[in-house]
Ligand binder design. Structure first.
Ligand SMILES: [Zn+2]
Length: 173
């Protein structure tokens, strides 16, 4: 059994990156266990935690698998890992609306747009690609710098939000 982070795109995952995981990335065998272990490096140290899975019946038979967000009752297809925690995008948004902070949705879209322009696969969790053929190095370096800066922003924002969500949870206990 692999667990998250042992899959095909794990190679370049490093410290301080926001990592998104989608339910489709999981091996079928993993999904049957009712939970998966997410493993990644945080500041060079391995972090591991368990994410609960749940399933719903499909209209045409079979089941659909979901992650259970640890901070709200939602079932989601994507979770974001940051600062040693997993949260769904709804929880990010909730924090955004109450705190009036920059919404990372906008930054995620900005990063994806740059990735598409660079011919890279959208999604900052994927490894960065190479310089597209025919593009000037100057242009490439400028766009890559913009991309990296946006990713850094997302990392900062999500880390803050995770802390806030954590604090809120603690204070409501
Ligand atoms: Zn949530």
């Amino acid at each position: 059994m692999g667990g998250l982070g042992s899959g095909r795109q794990s190679g370049k995952r490093t410290t301080n990156q926001v990592i998104s995981i989608t339910i489709k990335e999981l091996d079928f065998a993993d999904r049957l266990h009712g939970s998966v272990r997410a493993r990644y490096l945080l500041d060079g140290k391995p972090v591991e935690h368990t994410i609960q899975l749940t399933q719903t019946a499909c209209h045409y038979g079979g089941v659909r698998h979901w992650f259970r967000c640890p901070y709200c009752p939602r079932r989601v297809g994507v979770l974001y890992l940051s600062g040693g925690q997993c949260v769904c995008r709804h929880c990010f948004k909730l924090a955004y609306q109450s705190e009036r902070e920059t919404c990372p949705d906008k930054q995620f879209r900005k990063a994806d747009k740059l990735r598409v322009q660079l011919g890279w696969r959208p999604g900052i969790a994927y490894p960065d690609g190479a310089k597209p053929k025919g593009m000037h190095w100057k242009t490439f370096n400028r766009m890559k710098a913009k991309h990296d800066f946006t990713v850094q922003k997302i990392v900062g924002i999500t880390a803050q939000w995770v802390d806030k969500i954590k604090n809120r949870q603690r204070s409501s206990l």
